[in-house]
Structures are given as C-alpha cells and as structure tokens.
Design a protein around this ligand. Structure first.
Ligand SMILES: Cc1cc2nc3c(=O)[nH]c(=O)nc-3n(C[C@H](O)[C@H](O)[C@H](O)COP(=O)(O)OP(=O)(O)OC[C@H]3O[C@@H](n4cnc5c(N)ncnc54)[C@H](O)[C@@H]3O)c2cc1C
Length: 389
C-alpha cells in the first residue's frame, strides 16, 4: 500500500484489515464486500510458486492460474504475486450511522441497507422485494446487533466506501494524505503487546501471527480507556482482558450474558473510531489494524435469502441467552451479525460459489467469553446445518 496508495492505485477488492499474508488470501475464499468486485484471487495475473520438489515456476497461463487460485496450499507454495490494480482518484471511507430499526422486518432490514447505506444492490436482483436507494456506495460492511430479546430493538451500522463521481459526501476526505508513506511506516513500527512475546512493532507481530490483539491503553492525562494505536499510551491486548473475563465469569450466568450483549453493542460503537483512525492517516479503505481472537463462519447466499439468514441468527442469539439463563450451557453469541455483498466471477476451479451477486453472512463470536469449546462448536454446527445445507 505504501507503494501504490500515493498513486491512487488499489486492489479491486481488499479485506477490512491489513493483517493477512497475500498468499493466504489468494489461496482461499476472501473478499472485501465491494458490490461490483469478487474474490481477491480473481485479480491475480501471475504467481511465482514453489512445487513439492523445491523447483520454482512462474504461472501466468490462465488455465494454470485457475487451479492455483483457491488452492488452499494443496499444489505448493505461492511465493510471489502480481495483481491487476485499479486507479481510484477519489475514495471516501465513512460509517453510515448506527440506527435502531423501527421493527424487525424484511422491509426495515433492507431500508437500512439500500436507503441508509446506499448499497449497490440492483433493484432488479431476483426475489428482492425491498426499498430502493441511490446505489452510490462502492462497498459496505454491515453490522447488525440484535437486542437482548424479542422486546428490544435491533440496530445496524455500516462501514462503507464511495469512489469516483459518487465520492461527494461533504467533509469526508477523498485523497491520500500528503504524508501517507510516512504514515504507513509509522503504522508498521508502532508497538503492540503480543501475548507471550511482549512488546513488538506492529509489522513484525502481524507478519508472525496475523492480526495482533486489539490494543487498549490509558493515555497520559486521560482517565478513560481509549484506543491508542499511536505512540503515547501503554497498550493492553484486549484478548488478554477477554480471556481473564471469561475465566472469572465462568459458571456465573448473569454477568456473562450481560457481557456478551455488551460486547456486541461495543463492536458497533467502536467501528466509527477505528475507521476514523486509518482514514485520517492513510485513507485507503482499510479500517482494521488489530483484532481480538475471533471465531468466524461465513456463508454465501443469494440476496433474497439475506433476511431469512439474519432472522435465523437472531433466533439463535436469543435462544443462547435464554439457555444460559436456565443454566443449560455456556455459549452465548457475543458479536453482532456481519454481512457484505460481492459479485463473484468465474476464475477458479475450486471456487465455492457460482458466479453472480452474493450476500455473504458472517457469524462470529469471541472464543474467550464463549464457554467451553464444545458449546461454541455445537452452536456453529447448527448454523452450518441450516445455512450450508
Ligand atoms: C479478524 C479477521 C478479519 C477478517 N476479515 C476478512 C475480510 O474482510 N474478508 C474476508 O474475506 N475474510 C476475512 N477474514 C478471513 C481471512 O481472510 C481468512 O482467514 C484468510 O485465509 C486469512 O489469510 P492468512 O494470510 O491468515 O492465511 P492462512 O489462514 O494462514 O491460510 C489460508 C489458506 O491459504 C493457504 N496458504 C497460506 N499461505 C500459502 C502459501 N504461501 N502458498 C499456498 N497456500 C497458502 C493455507 O494452506 C490455507 O488453506 C478475516 C479473518 C479474521 C481473523
């Protein structure tokens, strides 16, 4: 990004955070919720690979690339990549404000997506009986926080981008900051706490083990907790706090359910600050640099099934709270639902979905406050049975 962002070049699709290795997101099913783009591997034009016998080859024939994209490491090691890039002279990153839905219904759900978030989901999409909007957004990552039970409302928030002639929102930057290269360097060098390894530069930690834990710190002269991704604060990895909270609360059902729902609400509240942090420094469409340890299962559905999928998760989340109260098990869904849209092409032999527009629902939870590992596995398996069936 430090090379291409100053020239306004971008990958046609990109993840929410920086913390993956490029080979890992090309050998797998990874995307960035850009309405008109597909999986990141679709934009690979050449690869340098190492075969089982140690020989190194450059793969540039489309027939061979189809096998290496989404190859899950089965064919050999990808050790170099060439991508198609797109130029985006104007890019706006922003959050569509969190809003409580007037009621839990398919129309209200789509009103937030299409009207509030100006999603680029064509009104002609099969099976979509939904309020229509301006379709001005280039991407949208949606978060949906279900209330504690059927009586409390659900709220939604979206981290979105706009590009080109649609990048007209007042007061939101469109360009790379003048010092963007220096800012990338600072991001790579800022210190984070990694469990068992202590303080390390962010770049080293991310290369070694992926997303460093989300860091909180108490800043000098400021008694409240704040996210301190720059110098000045003493970072404390959120994973450690969550693990401690999980251990402390184990067996105590009342605080655990409150904590779980609190974490869901906090994820929505934190998103604007995280987005703003990177927008100010690099304005490149990424908005996450760190993450607590997270369990994620992602399912690709046609958009007409979007509400049904979220309604199913809502019922599962409410049921997990009820069961906890009855002392039946220790798993409570503790994160909002997350979802995005993408338009998949036809570029890989092992592609998991057919070409076209897809709704990608992501069901997630933090494991450290999710009870024992069997209870969260049972809950995720239920989702798999319904959405993957
Ligand atoms: C906090 C968080 C946020 C996420 N956000 C997104 C998102 O925005 N969009 C999205 O689609 N997904 C997202 N994911 C999922 C993520 O994209 C996948 O887990 C991805 O595979 C991670 O890549 P990695 O670099 O960690 O690779 P790994 O998990 O290490 O590997 C992934 C696959 O690639 C293979 N592989 C790895 N390296 C090579 C290599 N050199 N050569 C050949 N094969 C290789 C592995 O064998 C494996 O099959 C997120 C995950 C987390 C934890």
């Amino acid at each position: 990004m430090a090379k291409i962002r100053p020239l306004n070049y971008f990958l046609p699709s990109q993840t929410a955070g920086y913390f993956f290795q490029l080979a890992g997101i090309v050998a797998n099913t990874v995307h960035g919720g850009i309405y008109e783009s597909g999986f990141i591997y679709e934009y690979v034009t050449r690869m340098r690979v190492m075969l089982h016998d140690g020989s190194i080859k450059v793969i540039d024939d489309e027939k061979d690339l189809r096998f290496w994209r989404t190859s899950f490491g089965l064919l050999g090691l990808i050790i170099g990549l060439e991508f198609e890039l797109v130029q985006r002279p104007k890019l706006q990153v922003y959050t569509v404000p969190e809003r409580e839905l007037a009621n839990w219904s398919e129309a209200e759900f789509w009103r937030y997506i299409n009207v509030d978030a100006a999603a680029n989901v064509p009104p002609s999409t099969p099976g979509l009986a939904a309020p229509t909007g301006f379709q001005a957004a280039a991407s949208g990552e949606f978060f949906l926080n279900f209330g504690l039970d059927d009586l409390l409302g659900s709220s939604m928030l979206c981290v979105a981008t706009r590009t080109g002639e649609n990048a007209t929102l007042p007061g939101i930057p469109t360009d790379a900051p003048a010092d963007v290269v220096a800012q990338y360097e600072k991001l790579m060098q800022h210190m984070v706490v990694v469990k068992d390894d202590g303080l390390e530069p962010y770049g080293t930690a991310a290369r070694k083990m992926g997303a460093p834990p989300l860091q909180f710190s108490v800043e000098a002269g400021n008694s409240s907790f704040s996210i301190a991704l720059g110098p000045g604060g003493l970072p404390v990895p959120l994973n450690v706090l969550l693990e401690d909270a999980g251990t402390f609360l184990e067996g105590d059902s009342i605080p655990l359910d409150l904590l779980s729902r609190g974490l869901s609400a906090a994820s929505l509240q934190q998103a604007p600050g995280l987005m703003e942090y990177l927008r100010k420094r690099v304005n490149d469409g990424f908005w996450l640099t760190e993450s607590p340890a997270a369990l994620i299962s992602a399912w690709f559905l046609t958009p007409d099934k979007a509400f049904q999928a979220m309604d199913f998760l809502r019922s599962q989340q409410h049921a997990s709270l009820k069961r906890q109260k009855q002392g039946e098990n220790h798993f409570i869904w503790n994160q909002p639902a997350e979802f995005r849209f993408l338009t998949v092409g036809d570029k890989a032999e092992l592609q998991v979905v057919s070409p076209g527009l897809h709704f990608n629902s992501e069901f997630l939870s933090f494991p450290d406050v999710s009870g024992d590992s069997q209870s969260w596995k049972r809950a995720f398996k239920k989702v798999q049975k319904i959405l993957g069936g």
